[in-house]
Unconditional design. Structure first.
Ligand code: B12
Ligand code: SF4
Ligand code: SF4
Length: 395
């Protein structure tokens, strides 16, 4: 047998690759990917932007972002032999998202809608592996060697967004996420690095025009310039990635967001027609749907692990969960129940010094609310009005 990758180009070789590229898109869709695109591995143009982002320290505590250096922009070094990247999109917007309902009531915890169901990492990686196996089986049936491929989703050291943009999945929005007119931005990305010189897709033109809604609506001013997010300011980072104490300046701005944040996507006009997910695995679990902060705060570690089994939320652990909820309880309207819950929790064995410090902060908020909270609440009210008007199905 011979490798298709090493064949001397001729017409039948080119048509085999073109046919294969079409088949890959059909197989990908059958596996649940809403879109499949193909690009080459050249991300040279991104290297300076990635370096500038790292130089400014925008990755904060996410050391893995710097550890891999420029390998993140060089898929061919990450998996030698790679000449193409098959980039896929999987939609996650769940039915009954209830965004406005959730943000309106400060006694409820807001969990980013990508995280209400099953952890996407394993699911997408397994489907990408199936796609790779299918490609290999076809090559073997045609008398060639199997393909050499490696699937990636999220955590791996590869620049997923620039690859998706090159593969025609969408354009880079000013919030730095990939979006397109048909899909909006509520989707995960994944990639298959592969050694086949498949024909590549054409990138689509940017469609943000003069809009800056995501920049002005971000609660913490994390979108520091169009297309650039200072990770350290993003609520997603503060609630999920940051291990230690949440800087005080951000706490009142977080409102009731206890795991991730969706605001920059909620105000985006391109999300008006966004499709709902076809995966029931991404539907919100009943215990995480419009959840009451006090109930979540009462979970013991064992209960937290049980309720978040198979979910991405589990990765942050019980202590960071309590830390985040303590902040949200500090931002909630004062009530004897909240003050009592905070005071009791502080004395329990499963809280460490960091959680205690956040509880103390929350208790102080119940003596006198910070003026920043009032401004932040006004901003959220504007957001709620935008959501009700722009996303009535999901409000
Ligand atoms: C680190 C990380 C984060 C960090 C930092 C975010 C950031 N913007 O970099 C934090 C924790 C804050 C985060 C938050 C979120 N994340 Co995140 N994150 C990642 C991760 C692991 C790496 C991103 C990265 O490399 N950042 C470094 C910067 C330098 O790269 P970049 O953002 O791609 O920036 C490029 C462009 O902005 C461009 N650029 C710079 N200037 C200019 C100018 C112009 C004109 C243009 C066109 C481009 C451009 O150059 C940069 C370098 O190529 C990726 C997965 C992956 N492996 O890629 C997921 C990923 C980007 N996250 C994702 C998601 C869903 C989120 C959240 C929505 C989750 C949530 N709801 O809480 C938020 C959104 C916040 C936001 N507005 O970005 C998805 C995005 C899917 C999509 N539709 O695009 C990804 C791809 C994960 C996945 N596999 O699906 N994330
Ligand atoms: S996810 Fe929230 S905090 Fe992060 S950039 Fe978007 S709006 Fe800002
Ligand atoms: S809110 Fe506006 S600027 Fe931001 S990504 Fe959407 S269209 Fe682009």
């Amino acid at each position: 047998m011979s490798t298709l990758a090493n064949q001397i180009p001729n017409q039948s070789y080119a048509s085999t690759l073109s046919r294969l590229a079409l088949q890959i898109k059909t197989w990908g869709k059958a596996l649940g990917f809403a879109q499949v695109g193909i690009c080459d591995t050249d991300l040279t143009a991104e290297e300076a932007k990635l370096q500038a982002w790292l130089d400014k320290g925008f990755h904060g505590e996410m050391a893995y972002m710097a550890t891999h250096g420029m390998m993140r922009a060089r898929p061919q070094e990450l998996h030698p032999g790679t000449v193409r990247v098959i980039s896929v999109r999987m939609d996650y917007l769940p039915p009954e998202a209830g965004f406005a309902t959730n943000l309106t009531d400060p006694n409820l915890g807001y969990i980013s809608r990508y995280a209400g169901g099953r952890d996407y990492h394993k699911l997408i990686r397994a489907r990408l592996k199936k796609l790779g196996d299918q490609i290999s089986a076809e090559l073997v049936a045609l008398g060639f060697d199997a393909a050499d491929f490696r699937p990636f989703v999220d955590s791996a050291p590869v620049l997923e967004r620039p690859l998706a943009e090159k593969a025609g999945i969408g354009w880079t929005g000013k919030h730095s996420l990939i979006l397109n007119h048909e899909a909006g931005s509520w989707f995960f990305l994944g990639e298959l690095l592969i050694n086949l010189p498949l024909p590549v897709d054409i990138p689509i033109q940017e469609g943000c025009n003069s809009c800056v809604a995501c920049i002005t609506s971000c609660p913490t001013g994390a979108i520091v310039e169009p297309y650039v997010v200072d990770g350290r300011r993003c609520i997603s980072y503060l609630t999920i990635e940051l291990q230690g104490a949440i800087p005080e300046e951000f706490r009142p701005l977080m409102g009731n967001r206890i795991y991730g944040c969706d605001d920059c996507q909620l105000v985006c006009p391109i999300n008006r027609q966004a499709p709902l997910t076809a995966e029931t695995d991404f539907h919100i679990r009943p215990q995480l749907k419009q959840p009451d902060l006090l109930s979540l705060f009462a979970w013991s570690e064992a209960e937290f692990l049980k309720q978040t089994e198979g979910s991405a939320i589990r990765r942050i652990g019980h202590k960071r969960w309590l830390r985040n909820i303590a902040v949200a309880l500090g931002n909630a309207p004062s009530s004897p129940e909240i003050i009592q819950a905070l005071s009791i929790r502080k004395e329990q064995a499963d809280v460490d010094n960091i959680v205690k410090e956040h509880i103390d902060w929350a208790l102080i908020q119940h003596q006198s609310k910070s003026p920043q909270l009032i401004t932040a609440r006004r901003k959220t009210e504007r957001l709620i009005r935008t959501v009700k008007k722009g996303l009535p199905r999901d409000a």
